[in-house]
Design a protein around this ligand. Structure first.
Ligand code: GTP
Ligand code: MG
Length: 585
């Protein structure tokens, strides 16, 4: 495999951005022109696919796919020959897992029947120590005397190679440096880091495995992905939130024969905790690839966390109601209404992660979900321009009979699902850059003390109860999504938002780390920060040293008052240095 391929394919295959990339596969003997990659699609001009249709089609795609561990990406030709002898191969996508990479190929067949046939022909190693589980996760045994090498398929095509590789932090910096404008940086960041086609396939395959594990007892069981894996705001390495429903059947009022069933013992909560415990055991003991199983059963919604090693996906499995899935539908719709929504949310989430406002472990900090709602609420009512997004109440009003959903515990999830029926708010032509600045301005001044952020109404509402930050859960209006956020974290969010707005506003020239890079780089400097916007608070705004570190090429500021403040600090610092030198003499 040429070096050319591994690095170009990595970028191209993965995140693709709607470009058609041709690959040359040089295996030393013959150079084969591979087909154009159709890994992702352009956002622009893309027909809107309703969330439920997208999920159904991804589920069906996963059901007609298998995951095969192979020696190397080059095994695809022989694997293709083998799979084609059983069914019709539609696509093959290669990815790797780990530092000393294990190689895998996702084989998508034309139909689910092909998968059944291939699994019927598959077997286990003869070993009394292994647990003989059937699943879509397989490995390709090397040829030997009894199993002669297959004739390599001439029609084989590898549709992606190293399809799950992410850009490194340094590559992202490089990418952003080369952009023409902040808006361009935001688009590129989104295009190059969003979850791609292969990443989505792997998440739906991971869900299939959980479903299959209980299918004997619960034939209509379904594991529904929700959260950023499906709502359009997921990046390449995002976790997989799954809700497992044991039955998806409607009650048949005309049935004469009824199933005998056990009744739940104890409270619903303790029963659900025990069920989750059993699921945890199932994953840990029987399912290939499931590792690091952790049971978080005391949480409001009990979950099982685990790592699926064969797809390299971190999973959070719950067995609660479907409100998370409906929430994902709502977020998916909001992201589809306007092309600027997703790049803006990616930028804000990345900014928050880079400066340490968000954290992957739970705590008093703001979560990605809360941040996402803040951005959506802002886009419903940007202060200086017409709205970009409708309120949820507007979507509820437009719902028709097909949009009615009520969870079994009474959460009304009714709202318009097909945005083709929506008259989109028009007239807002703001660039991504100006929306970003406005977002920072808006929340650095937002009256969190008395107001709640609410996506249901077109205006902010009075806070119903005392807490630092109140974001109304759009589907369960009595709940505060950001209840966990502490006062200090809220203060920090406001200060950092103000700092970011100021940094973006004040750059006159493209310095080394300009635009998004300037607002992303605070984390490294967070230990010694100087606050000149809020002089009385120990807030983190800017490290003093950055103002002086390169005296030959000092940072330039456009804003006159900022310029003066910096100037006076610089002079003060010079004065102090002189005094120290004097003392030292
Ligand atoms: P990342 O995993 O960080 O990429 O984003 P995510 O949107 O998937 O967030 P997370 O995994 O934390 O949560 C998954 C989903 O659970 C969210 O998209 C929401 O639908 C739901 N969720 C998360 N936090 C809350 C919360 O505080 N309240 C409610 N009602 N739902 C939540
Ligand atoms: Mg998630």
């Amino acid at each position: 495999m040429s070096v050319f391929l591994s690095c170009h394919v990595r970028r191209g295959v993965q995140n693709a951005i709607g470009r058609n990339i041709k690959l040359n596969l040089n295996d030393g003997k013959n150079v084969r022109r591979m087909s154009s990659l159709k890994v992702t699609e352009t956002e622009k001009g893309k027909k809107f696919v309703p969330f439920t249709d997208m999920v159904s089609s991804r589920r069906a795609e996963a059901r007609r796919s298998i995951v095969v561990q192979v020696q190397s990406s080059q095994s695809f030709k022989e694997l293709h020959a083998y799979c084609s002898s059983v069914g019709t191969v539609k696509q093959m996508l290669h990815y790797t897992v780990g530092v000393e990479p294990m190689n895998f190929i996702v084989v998508e067949f034309a139909s689910e029947k092909d998968v059944t046939s291939i699994l019927d022909k598959s077997s286990y190693v003869e070993d009394s120590q292994i647990i003989p589980v059937h699943s879509q996760f397989l490995w390709f045994r090397a040829s030997n005397r009894k199993l002669p090498k297959l004739k390599q398929s001439k029609t084989a095509i590898l549709n992606a190679e190293n399809g799950n590789n992410n850009l490194t932090a340094a590559e992202i910096v490089d990418l952003l440096k080369k952009c023409d404008s902040v808006s361009d940086q935001m688009k590129q960041l989104y295009d190059f880091t969003k979850l791609n086609d292969l990443g989505t396939r792997l998440r739906f395959l991971t869900a299939c495995q959980v479903e299959d594990a209980v299918r004997g007892m619960f034939p209509s069981a379904k594991a529904f992905p929700f959260g950023s894996s499906v709502n359009g705001f997921g990046k390449m390495e995002c976790d997989l939130d799954l809700v497992l429903r044991l039955s998806d059947e409607k009650v048949k009022s005309d049935a004469r024969l009824m199933f005998h069933c056990k009744a739940l013992v104890g409270s619903e909560r303790s029963a659900s905790q025990r069920n989750m415990e059993a699921m945890g055991d199932l994953l840990q003991l029987f399912l290939p690839g499931c590792s690091h199983v952790r049971r978080i059963l005391q949480a409001r919604v009990p979950i099982i966390k685990y790592h699926q090693q064969l797809t390299d996906v971190e999973c959070d499995l719950s067995m609660s109601n479907m409100s998370g899935v409906h929430m994902s539908d709502f977020l998916y719709i909001m992201g589809s209404i306007d092309d600027r929504v997703r790049p803006l949310i990616f930028t804000i989430r990345k900014w928050a992660c880079e400066i340490g406002l968000t954290n992957s472990s739970p705590g008093r900090w703001i979560t990605n979900f809360s941040l996402t709602l803040l951005v959506l609420a802002f886009l419903q009512k940007p202060p200086h321009s017409p709205p970009i997004l409708p309120s949820l109440n507007n979507l509820v009003k437009l719902a028709d009979s097909t949009d009615h959903y009520m969870t079994e515990d009474g959460i009304n999830c009714t709202f318009l699902r097909n945005i083709n029926k929506l008259k989109k708010p028009a007239g807002n032509k703001e660039s991504l850059e100006s929306l970003l600045k406005e977002f920072f301005e808006f929340y650095s001044h937002f009256d969190f003390t008395s107001k709640a952020v609410c996506l249901n109404e077109p205006v902010a509402i009075t806070k119903p109860e005392h807490c630092a930050m109140y974001i109304v859960n759009p589907l369960e209006r009595g709940l505060n999504v950001s209840k966990n956020v502490g006062l200090e974290e809220l203060d920090r969010f406001k200060v950092e938002a103000r700092n970011a707005a100021w940094l973006l506003e004040s750059q006159e020239h493209k310095t080394e780390n300009w635009g998004l890079l300037s607002i992303f780089e605070n984390k490294r400097k967070s230990n010694n920060l100087f606050n000149f916007a809020f002089p009385n608070k120990q807030a983190r705004l800017m490290e003093v040293s950055t103002l002086f570190e390169n005296e030959a090429a000092p940072v330039e500021f456009k804003n006159e008052s900022v310029k003066k403040q910096v100037e006076s600090i610089r002079n003060e610092k010079k004065q102090k240095l002189k005094e120290i030198q004097k003392l030292n003499r």
